[in-house]
Structures are given as structure tokens and as C-alpha cells.
Design a protein around this ligand. Structure first.
Ligand SMILES: C[S@@+](CC[C@H](N)C(=O)[O-])C[C@H]1O[C@@H](n2cnc3c(N)ncnc32)[C@H](O)[C@@H]1O
Length: 219
């Protein structure tokens, strides 16, 4: 996926996202955010916040939430929610999640919900998250990862060109992500025993970031 086409695809998606995919993702997002146990001054970065489905679940009285997204259409919907919910602790703006305008060690949580297989370079996205997250911060990823079943993995690879047209890829393997970013999984879970999506919680290990970059350089 190239970012210029992603932006256009999601500008269109914004018109019906909440009524379609948004309904499917709500429960998963709610669970992931409830596990964060946000404290008063925690800073949360929601990468690819989209129409702001997550805004229904962040507490109003704790945490400072910053959301970024490429698509102006998706952000328009997120801003409507901020206004309707009279949110004082949320700001959103347009930015590329792979080139973030934040300094190192800024956030206590980085939430990456259904975005990692949408960007052109998922490894770079995670490395940016690792950079802007504080040491020991949590990086929470909700996504579909390629099945470890060989037959299903082949099917997902085969379906990938179709999925790409719709705005995401279906063949991203969690093992590759871990290997290439050096990220460390703290825990992971699915909401159902048979579930296409998974939540992966990582503790930000800054030395792992260096190892991950070394891996990428060597690849
Ligand atoms: C499937 S939607 C997920 C939205 C939301 N996180 C959710 O779970 O409902 C993917 C979002 O990622 C955004 N996106 C894709 N590539 C991006 C990038 N490079 N930087 C920022 N946002 C991006 C899209 O515009 C879209 O809003």
C-alpha cells in the first residue's frame, strides 16, 4: 500500500466505516483500552485513529490522548466524536504514522489498532512507535496476522492483492514483525477461540529497538 492511495481509500471508507468495519472492531478496542488502566497523566498515542472508534472507550477524566491519521475524511469523523462527547483530553491531527512529529520517549502507551497491515512499511511503523514511546511503555497492537497454519497462510497470501485494493494486506506475519523490530511480546490474546484478530501487548525495550534496526540493516 502506498500512503497516497491509502489516504484516498480511507477518505471514501470514512463515509461508512462506523456502520461497517467500525461495528466489528469496537469490542476488541474496548478490551484493549480497558487493559491499559490509564492514570491521570498518562500520554497515549493512537496511531491511525481513523474515525475515532476508540474515543468511546478512553476515560474522560484520565490520560491525554493524541490521535494521528493520514486521512482527512477519517479525522473529520473523529473530530465529530470529540465535539459530541465534549472531550477535553483528546487532540487529533493529520500525520504519517511512519514519520511522527514527536520527540523520543514521549508516550506511556501507543495504540495501533487495525493499522499495521494498512501502512506500506509495518516494521517502520513499529520502530516509530518504539522511538516515541518511553522506555517500558506499552505498545498495544490489534490486528490480523498471517495464520501459522500453512494452508491458511497460503490462502491469505493469495487473497492479499484483493485485500490491498480494499485498504489492507492479509499476509503480515507476527514472527516477522518481532524479528525485524526486536519488539518483545508481554502478552497476547484473542477475544474468541476462532478469531481473525489478535491483541498483542509489547513492553517497550529501547535496546530491542537498536537490535531490531540492526536486523533490518543486515536484511
Ligand atoms: C482500518 S482503519 C483503523 C482505524 C482505527 N484505528 C480503528 O481501529 O477503527 C486504518 C486507519 O489507518 C490510517 N492510516 C493508514 N496509513 C497511515 C499512516 N501511514 N499514517 C497514519 N494513519 C494511517 C487510515 O487512514 C485509517 O484511518
Amino acid at each position: 500500500m502506498q500512503e497516497s492511495s491509502t489516504r484516498k481509500i480511507y477518505d471514501v471508507h470514512s463515509l461508512f466505516y462506523d456502520a461497517t468495519f467500525g461495528r466489528l472492531v469496537r469490542r476488541r478496542i474496548a478490551r484493549a483500552i480497558s487493559h491499559m488502566n490509564l492514570r491521570q497523566n498518562d500520554r497515549v498515542l493512537d496511531l491511525g485513529i481513523g474515525t475515532g472508534c476508540s474515543l468511546n472507550f478512553y476515560p474522560k477524566d484520565r490520560g491525554k490522548i493524541v490521535g494521528v491519521d493520514l486521512s482527512a475524511g477519517m479525522l473529520r469523523e473523529a473530530r465529530k466524536k470529540i465535539h459530541e462527547q465534549e472531550r477535553q483530553n483528546v487532540t487529533v491531527f493529520q500525520a504519517d504514522a511512519m514519520r511522527l512529529p514527536f520527540g523520543d520517549n514521549t508516550f506511556d502507551y501507543v495504540f495501533i489498532s487495525h493499522v499495521i497491515s494498512v501502512v506500506s512499511d509495518p516494521y517502520r511503523l513499529v520502530q516509530e512507535a518504539q522511538r516515541v514511546a518511553k522506555a517500558g511503555a506499552r505498545i498495544v497492537i490489534v490486528n490480523h496476522f498471517q495464520s501459522t497454519n500453512r494452508f491458511l497462510a497460503m490462502l491469505e497470501k493469495w487473497l492479499c492483492p484483493l485485500c490491498t485494493k480494499l485498504g489492507w494486506r492479509s499476509d503480515l506475519a507476527l514472527q516477522d514483525l518481532i524479528r525485524r523490530t526486536g519488539a518483545e511480546i508481554e502478552y497476547r490474546y484473542k477475544l474468541e477461540s476462532i478469531d481473525l484478530w489478535e491483541t498483542v501487548v509489547m513492553a517497550n525495550n529501547k535496546s530491542a529497538l537498536q537490535n531490531g534496526l540492526a536486523h533490518v540493516a543486515a536484511a
